[in-house]
Design a protein around this ligand. Structure first.
Ligand code: PMP
Length: 340
């Protein structure tokens, strides 16, 4: 029987997530596509791992003292992870977030007792950007540390030491390819480095949404973006410290429409309710699987990340009026309901 051992404290619940074969994507790719269920973390996303690693790192360096404060700029999921870990360790949390992220994430952060600071979305070069605002707030707050998830490589270490060995073990050392999108880049770089340490022939692919600059960087050596995406938590315009030296072998660019199509299919056909970055990752995994099949690899095994739960996006991805306002197709079962 495959049953997990009991944990001595709640932080033990982070990581060691299940891996599941995705039937529709596997059929579409002609090989096996596996999804790492990061939505099963206590905070509902992959970012619990980075939050725990960053806080443990600050503690180990003596920067975070009992009663201290953790400050972070985030699209939301890292903030949720930090708030949970900080509560478990006796710290306060201040989260700076762009005000165009989902209402569910804002409500969740407040419910978890984080102090939430909303700022208008703006370019990274603007001092009002959520990342710079969070750094300033950390400097101004006594006893505070800045988590700095984009350039703090404790983030990717969580994936080198956690996610990658978990995948290797869960797939019994039979893994041909891995792909996911980048926000901070911690997941793609960390899993990439971790898996290559087991077998350097594992192909690591970046799956980029539209509006991000990394596809062009890895394809042509130039940071340049085209188009846009409504996906939250992914889409990067620079080489963060977490992305430095990431072993990216190939890259795909996936539209919101393609990602939404997989979100819809996984929900209706396999009973998984996911956010858009997961749909984009799955679309990338199908492309990677097809590429490996076309090269003649026998029954390739491809893994990707199911980053967060769709329950976090009921007011956006699962809301016909919101989708229509963004010029995106409405899931057909919601469109039917609207018409009745
Ligand atoms: N998907 C979602 C929903 C996220 O919140 C994030 C984190 N920003 C990512 C994907 C990307 O993860 P990473 O920061 O490790 O690149």
């Amino acid at each position: 029987m495959n049953i997990t051992r009991p944990f001595a404290d709640t932080l033990g619940l982070i990581g060691n997530t299940p891996l599941v074969r995705l039937a529709g994507p596997s059929a579409a790719a002609g090989c096996d596509i596996w999804g790492k269920c990061e939505f099963a973390n206590p905070g509902g996303s992959v970012k619990d791992r980075a939050a725990l690693a960053i806080i443990r790192d600050a503690e180990s360096r003596g920067e975070l003292q009992p009663g201290g404060t953790v400050v972070e700029g985030t699209a939301g999921n890292t903030g949720i992870g930090i708030a949970l870990v900080a509560n478990a360790r006796g710290y306060k949390t201040i989260i700076v977030m762009p005000d165009n992220q989902s209402k569910e994430k804002m409500d969740t952060l407040r419910a978890l007792s984080a102090k939430l600071v909303l700022v208008p979305p703006t370019k990274f070069s603007n001092p009002g950007h959520f990342v710079h605002t969070s750094r300033r707030l950390a400097e101004e707050t006594p006893g505070a540390v800045w988590a700095n998830q984009f350039d703090n490589i404790a983030n990717r270490r969580a994936h080198i030491e956690g996610t990658a060995p978990e995948l290797w073990e869960q797939m019994a050392g039979r893994i041909d390819g891995f792909t996911c999108a980048a926000g901070t880049g911690g997941t793609i770089a960390g899993v990439g480095l971790g898996l290559k340490a087991f077998d350097e022939n594992i192909r690591i692919a970046l799956t980029d949404p539209h509006g991000a600059a990394l596809y062009n960087y890895y394809a042509h050596g130039e940071l340049a973006a085209e188009g846009s995406s409504v996906a939250e938590g992914i889409g990067q315009g620079r080489i963060t410290a977490n992305l430095e030296g990431a072993p990216i072998d190939t890259q795909f660019r996936i539209s919101d429409e393609e990602g939404l199509d997989w979100v819809a299919r996984l929900l209706r056909e396999e009973g998984l309710c996911l956010g858009l970055s997961s749909g984009i990752n799955v679309a990338g995994a199908v492309m990677l699987g097809k590429q490996l099949v076309a090269e003649g690899r026998k029954q390739p095994q491809v893994a990707t990340i199911l980053c967060d739960t769709g329950f976090r996006y009921l007011s956006t991805l699962y809301n016909p009026a919101w989708l229509t306002s963004k010029g995106l197709p409405v899931f057909d079962w919601l469109a039917d309901e609207d018409a009745s």
